[in-house]
Ligand binder design. Structure first.
Ligand code: PEP
Length: 249
């Protein structure tokens, strides 16, 4: 049985005042029946971890470096995330792939570092609009999966997020059939590579314009074990409604 997961990605949003949203969320879900994870900016991570201490909510990072330490100005290692209270880290988000030219092998190296440090790696994959229109979606996702996911992955340390680039922050969402097709494909690829036991235990999140109004139908799609939520995770009321929808799914 895969435990469902609602993960929020605050991206480069939020200063101290934003912690109050996290406190509201923690009060709303004293013992959530699904996993709830918030990934705030690194500057808030430690305080966010303190704010949710002893609640059912955990916090995570939005990226980490592949090395454990060294001369990498501005970067953050997986051990540093753990030290700040993180339990997970988002890796290979399309904004990182785009803004920082991250390639699959970079994501894989970061995921190895994250797993070695004891973090769950949420590895993001997703196609551009051009790739979807050219009917290349499954080829692209297949390449990202084999290139970005390390061999040491298990159902415990790996989560895969399917995030079509054209659906992120746009209000556009694939049809439920399109989401199901990609999630079934990812599941089959994981089972083929890691065997049925591990392949079936990895959680698959959908991400891209998930909102309270569409969460329930998305959570009804086969092999959708939760969501990675950007914009709607910034407001406790919106994110709470998504968590509630997942609890009922
Ligand atoms: C994201 O960036 O991971 C994301 C899914 O964003 P949004 O929910 O705002 O589309």
């Amino acid at each position: 049985m895969r435990r469902k997961l609602a993960a929020g990605n605050w991206k480069m949003n939020g200063t101290t005042a934003a912690l109050s949203e996290l406190e509201v969320l923690a009060r709303s879900f004293p013992s959530p029946t699904v996993d709830v994870l918030i990934c705030p900016p690194a500057t808030l991570l430690h305080r966010a971890a303190e704010a949710v201490r002893d609640t059912g909510i955990t916090v995570g990072g939005q990226d980490c470096h592949a090395a454990t330490s060294g001369a990498h100005t501005g970067d953050i290692s997986a051990d540093m995330l753990v030290d700040a209270g993180a339990k997970a880290v988002i890796l290979g988000h399309s904004e990182r792939r785009e803004d920082h030219d991250e390639q699959n092998e970079d994501v894989r190296a970061k995921a190895r570092a994250a797993m070695d440090a004891g973090l769950k790696a949420i590895i993001c994959v997703g196609e551009s609009l051009e790739q979807r229109e050219a009917a290349n979606t499954l080829d692209i996702i297949g390449g990202q999966l084999s290139g970005s996911i390390p061999d040491q992955s298990t159902g415990e340390n790996l989560i895969v997020a399917y995030e079509p680039i054209w659906a992120i922050g746009t209000g556009k969402v694939p049809t439920l059939n399109e989401i199901g097709e990609v999630h079934d494909f990812i599941r089959a690829r994981l089972e083929r590579r890691f065997g049925e036991g591990v392949g079936r235990s990895v959680r698959l999140l959908y991400g891209g314009s998930v909102k309270p109004s569409n969460a329930t139908e998305i959570f009804g799609v086969s092999n959708v074990d939760g969501a990675l939520v950007g914009g709607a995770s910034l407001k406790a009321t919106d994110f709470s409604a998504i968590v509630e929808a997942l609890e009922k799914a």
